[in-house]
Write a protein that binds this ligand. Structure first.
Ligand SMILES: Nc1ccn([C@@H]2O[C@H](COP(=O)(O)O)[C@@H](O)[C@H]2O)c(=O)n1
Ligand code: CDI
Length: 157
């Protein structure tokens, strides 16, 4: 059994879609990045790679590579899943927190868990996603950006 953690931050800007957990969420601004900037999926991928001591998504999918420009982070998650399987692991469980003052993510959490569970070939019961505000404190509270944390357990097949 191996444990991994992931953390990511993206800036909120006008003129971008807000995509979190593979779901497009109606909002007046979106997250900025080379990819679709899905901060939650990025934290999940880094936790899985971290559990295997295989560095991070910046190493596997460099933001200098045009192949990843505006790519869906769910496509990158499929690639991380393949790396995990090729190294002989399966998901034990994943537990995440997305930090955002607005909008409310609660209505979208179930579909996020379904999407992620399907992509990682594991039960929705193994995928936990929570959301929190920071009570208007810090960069998330000022709505300058969003962050996400993830821990995962991987089991050897
Ligand atoms: N972006 C967010 C933030 C929070 N929630 C949900 O609201 C509840 C209250 O949040 P607090 O930060 O005030 O504790 C929390 O339990 C979350 O489920 C949300 O949906 N989206
Ligand atoms: C995902 C990648 C690759 O498109 O780009 P970004 O969307 O900028 O995200 P970041 O969290 O900086 O992680 C690594 C990148 O290489």
């Amino acid at each position: 059994m191996r444990i991994g953690m992931g953390y990511d931050v993206h800036k909120l800007v006008e003129g971008r879609k807000l995509i979190v957990g593979g779901v497009e969420i109606p909002h007046e601004r979106g997250l900025l990045g080379h990819s679709d900037a899905d901060v939650l999926i990025h934290a999940i991928m880094d936790s899985i790679l971290g559990a295997m001591a295989l560095e991070d998504i910046g190493k596997h999918f460099p933001d200098t590579d045009n192949a990843y420009k505006n790519i869906s982070s769910m496509v990158l998650l499929e690639k991380v899943y393949d790396i995990m399987v090729n190294n002989g692991y399966e998901i034990g469980n994943i537990d995440c927190v997305v930090v955002a003052q607005r909008p409310k993510f609660a209505p979208y959490i179930h579909i996020m868990r379904e999407n992620i569970g399907r992509t990682l070939n594991t039960s929705i019961d193994n995928i936990s996603i929570k959301a929190t505000t920071t009570e208007w404190l810090g960069f998330e509270g000022r709505e300058e950006g969003m962050s996400a944390y993830c821990v995962c357990i991987l089991n050897k097949n």
